[in-house]
Design a binder for this molecule. Structure first.
Ligand code: PMP
Length: 468
C-alpha cells in the first residue's frame, strides 16, 4: 500500500468536517454548526449505516456473491450499492415513486436493479414499497434484506461511528444536537452516545408537516400522515429503529421552508446540501429563536444537492409546487380561517358524554377537539359517542376520556390549501396548531365553502404577477 492511500473507497467513510454557519443565522444568540455528512464517499450519512449492516450480516453468515435487497428512499440504497461494488454483491432496491429520477439513475449507475412502487398506498398494501421488498426476499435465493427500518445495526452504526466522532470533534462545547428523523437511526444512535457523554445535551428532532412523529411526540397519538415533498425525513409509521425517548424536543417544518433554506445554504454558505439538510437547519433556527440562548447547536446535514437539481434547485418545479413566493395558488389555511374566531370550541377529557353531545347538537357540529389544559389529546366524534352508548358498556355520565380518537391530522396556518385537500381525504378533520396551541379546526365542508366562495368572488384572488 502506498503511503497516504486507503485500501478501498469504503475506508474513506466518516471523519466529515463540522462547519459554522454565518449568513443564514444572522441575529441569533446561538451559533449553529453543520456536520457535513454529505461529504461521505456515497454522499450521505447512510455510508456508515450500510457498512455496519453488511458487516453484521457477514458476521451472521452472508458471503460475497449474494444479493442485497432494500426498501429505500435512496441514500441507504446508494451506500449499500457502493459497499456491494467494493465487496462483490448484487443489489435490488425498491423505491417509492416520489423519489428523484437522479436517485434512481445513480443506483442504476452502480449496477443495482431498481423497482419503483406507488407512494400513495398504505404500508400494508401489496404494492407498497415495504410489501414489494418483502416479497423479493422470499423469491430471490441467497439474499440479505437490509431492512433499515427494523435493523438494529442501523442505529448501532451511529453509536459506533457518528456519535463518538461528533463527541471527539465537539466535546463539552456541544449543547444541542439537531437531526432529521427518517428511520431514526441517526438521532437515536448519536443521541444515545451524546447523552451518555453529557446528559445535559439537548436532542432535537426535525419533522416535516405531514409526518406523524411530531404529533406522536407531542400527544402520544398516531395521527394521519399525509404527503409532503421533502425526501428522507418523516414517516407514516413508527420504525423500531427510532427511539423517541432520547428526544428532548421536536420541531416541525414545512416543505416550503425546507426548500428555501436548502437554496440559501447553497447560495449563502456554499454548503452543497439537499432538502433534509435545509429542513434540519430551518428546524434548528426555529429552536434557537425559541430558546434565545447563547449555545452551540450542531445540525447533521445528511446528503448533497446533486440529487435534487431537477426539484429544489429548479425554479419551474419550485414555482409549480407553490414554493416560490410569486405563485398565488389557492391560498393557505390562514386565508381560510380569516374572519373566523380563533376561539375554537373544545372539550376536556372529564366532560361527560351527555355534555359533549349537548354541545355538538347546539352548535350543529360533528366533533370536538379534546384538550387537557392547552395540551391537545385528540378528537371526540359523534360516532364515538354513539358507539359508546350503543355498546352498553358506558353511560351518558361517563367521561369522554376513553373515547378520544386520532382520526385527525395537524396542520399549520401556513399549510397550503392544495395540501389540505389531500389531508382531508385521509383524516376526519385538520387541527390547526400554531406554536403548539390549537388555533383552528377545519373540516371538509369548511374547505368546500372556502373554495366555492373563491370561485364566486374571483376578485379576491391575488393577481398573477407578470413573468420576470
Ligand atoms: N436525510 C436524508 C436525505 C435521508 O435519506 C435520511 C434517511 N432516510 C435522513 C435524513 C434521516 O436519517 P435516519 O434514517 O437516520 O433518521
Amino acid at each position: 500500500m502506498m503511503k497516504g492511500a486507503v485500501p478501498h473507497i469504503t475506508d474513506a467513510i466518516g471523519n466529515t468536517p463540522i462547519v459554522k454557519l454565518h449568513r443564514v443565522t444572522e441575529g441569533l444568540a446561538a451559533d449553529i454548526y453543520v456536520k457535513c455528512e454529505f461529504l461521505n464517499p456515497g454522499g450521505s450519512h447512510k455510508d456508515r449505516v450500510a457498512g455496519n449492516m453488511i458487516r453484521r450480516a457477514e458476521e451472521a453468515g452472508l458471503s460475497p456473491g449474494g444479493t442485497i435487497i432494500e426498501a429505500t428512499s435512496g441514500n441507504t440504497g446508494f451506500s449499500l450499492a457502493l459497499q456491494a461494488a467494493v465487496r462483490g454483491y448484487k443489489c435490488v432496491f425498491v423505491m417509492p415513486d416520489k423519489m428523484s429520477q437522479e436517485k434512481v439513475d445513480s443506483l442504476r449507475a452502480l449496477g443495482a436493479r431498481v423497482v419503483v412502487t406507488p407512494t400513495a398506498v398504505e404500508p400494508e398494501d401489496p404494492r407498497s414499497y415495504y410489501s414489494v421488498a418483502k416479497r423479493l426476499t422470499e423469491e430471490i435465493p441467497n439474499n440479505f434484506y437490509a431492512n433499515q427500518y427494523h435493523n438494529p445495526s442501523n442505529p448501532e452504526a451511529h453509536v459506533l461511528s457518528t456519535g463518538p466522532e461528533i463527541w471527539e470533534q465537539c466535546g463539552e462545547d456541544l449543547d444541542v444536537f439537531v437531526a432529521g428523523m427518517g428511520t431514526g437511526g441517526t438521532i437515536s444512535g448519536c443521541g444515545q452516545v451524546l447523552k451518555e457523554k453529557k446528559p445535559g445535551i439537548k436532542l432535537v428532532g426535525v419533522d416535516p408537516v405531514g409526518s406523524l412523529y411530531y404529533d406522536f411526540v407531542k400527544t402520544g397519538r398516531m395521527t394521519k400522515a399525509f404527503a409532503y415533498k421533502v425526501e428522507g425525513i418523516g414517516e407514516d409509521f413508527l420504525p423500531s429503529t427510532m427511539n423517541l425517548d432520547v428526544l428532548d424536543d421536536v420541531v416541525r417544518v414545512d416543505d416550503k421552508e425546507c426548500f428555501l433554506m436548502t437554496r440559501e445554504l447553497v447560495r449563502l454558505e456554499g454548503l452543497y446540501v439537499g432538502g433534509s439538510s435545509g429542513a434540519t437547519v430551518a428546524g434548528a433556527i426555529k429552536y434557537a429563536k425559541a430558546s434565545g440562548k447563547k449555545e452551540n447547536i450542531l445540525v447533521l446535514a445528511a446528503d448533497g444537492a446533486q440529487k435534487y437539481l431537477s426539484k429544489i434547485f429548479n425554479d419551474n418545479w419550485m414555482r409549480a409546487n407553490g414554493f416560490l413566493a410569486d405563485v398565488p395558488g389557492l391560498g393557505t389555511v390562514r386565508d381560510m380561517l380569516r374572519g373566523k374566531s380563533s376561539n375554537v370550541v373544545k372539550a376536556s377529557p372529564d366532560m361527560s358524554v351527555n355534555e359533549v353531545a349537548g354541545t355538538l347538537k347546539s352548535l350543529g357540529i360533528s366533533q370536538l377537539p379534546v384538550l387537557d389544559g392547552t395540551q391537545l389529546m385528540g378528537i371526540v366524534h359523534e360516532v364515538d359517542l354513539l358507539r359508546h352508548l350503543v355498546s352498553g358498556e358506558g353511560t351518558a355520565d361517563s367521561p369522554i376520556r376513553d373515547l378520544i380518537e386520532s382520526d385527525y391530522a395537524t396542520v399549520s396556518p401556513d399549510t397550503k390549501i392544495e395540501l389540505l385537500q389531500g389531508v382531508l381525504n385521509d383524516a376526519k378533520v385538520a387541527l390547526v396548531l400554531e406554536d403548539n396551541l390549537l388555533t383552528g379546526l377545519v373540516t371538509k365542508i369548511d374547505l368546500i365553502s372556502y373554495l366555492a366562495d373563491r370561485a364566486m368572488h374571483p376578485a379576491s384572488v391575488a393577481p398573477i404577477p407578470a413573468p420576470e
